[in-house]
Design a protein around this ligand. Sequence first.
Ligand code: PLP
Length: 393
Amino acid sequence: MHIAERISRLGTETAFEVLVKARALEAQGKSIVHLEIGEPDFDTPPNIIQAGKDALDNGFTHYGPAAGLPQARQAVADYVNRTRGYDKVKADHVVITPGAKPIMFFAMMACLDEGDEVIYPNPGFPIYESVINFLNAVPVPLQLREEKEFRFDVADLAASITSKTRMIIINTPQNPTGGILTREDLRQIADLAIKHDLIVLSDEIYSQVTYGDFKHTSITEFEGMYERTIILDGFSKTFAMTGWRLGYGIFPPDIAKVVAKLQTNVTSCTASFTQMAGIEALDDRTLPYVNDFLKEFENRRDVIVAGLNDIPGFRCHLPHAAFYVFPNITGTGMKSQECADFLLYEAGVACLSGTAFGAHGEGFIRFSYANSIENILEALRRIRIHIGERVAV
Ligand code: PLP
């Protein structure tokens, strides 16, 4: 059958492909430690599961409004106001979607014309570039710098802006590096966005997954930014709800209406009982569970960073957010993809090549430490042995 030309411009997310390869090796009897997929390994907190079950029993099994159930939109508005420390979000700015990912697609569909330039982080979440290309907009990658703890240089951003730039995508805290933009970075980005009349798509899905004294700052906190920013956030990472498929965007009201119309065309609406479970997730009752997740993630981070820095050829920053590490592997003498394949096929450790996140990911690989300390230690043991042998050759 004929496949439309536009499909050739669509990218993908390698994590799912590596998962398939790893599962195929397991089916052949090989033992694999899974450090490839970016999802918490914890169960969804029980109060959320109960709320989902209650919602099913109480008849939340029907279509709902395209933009989301009114009570869910209000709960999200209250939560975003509470976590960002302001009172700007109203329920009609919120659109609830099946996962946060559709917000990327919907936001860019709603705001970009062909030929518009979009600046986005590289290495970065691969779907940004995929959607930009799909829409025949122009991708303008902005390099994240290891020496700046994987922040970009705001001077590089300023130099990338042209009269055709329509949108800047920022992602803080960041996948795949765990990097965080500082308040000062965000202030300078805000100044540039206002000066050049740009839309900001702010992916804040890891906003609540921070460690130690590091707290998330949203660019929408700065004067004049809420009005020109789309916040992307959701339930997958903070509340261990990846499979529920629940996320949201915060938009200027006129854009929220357009996005609701897009949703009508694509999914009609997000599952009603899932939204009811989401309302429970946002309640303070869930906080003790989230705090336990964070404590456990922080311990795992410390174990994996110390372990990787002890392996010849690896150099790893201590990230302050998300659940990823992005070690520099140039000392192994291997390219990123070669190293990721070597670790999967020789050591039985699944991870992602840095290049899965863009060309500037060359020289790095990504591990997700959303796995038990026991499994992380086993992965480190295997890597040490196999890389040791390889580097010694
Ligand atoms: N944004 C970033 C940076 C992510 O890493 C992910 C998931 O990996 C998403 C958005 C999508 O989240 P969801 O699973 O809610 O669609």
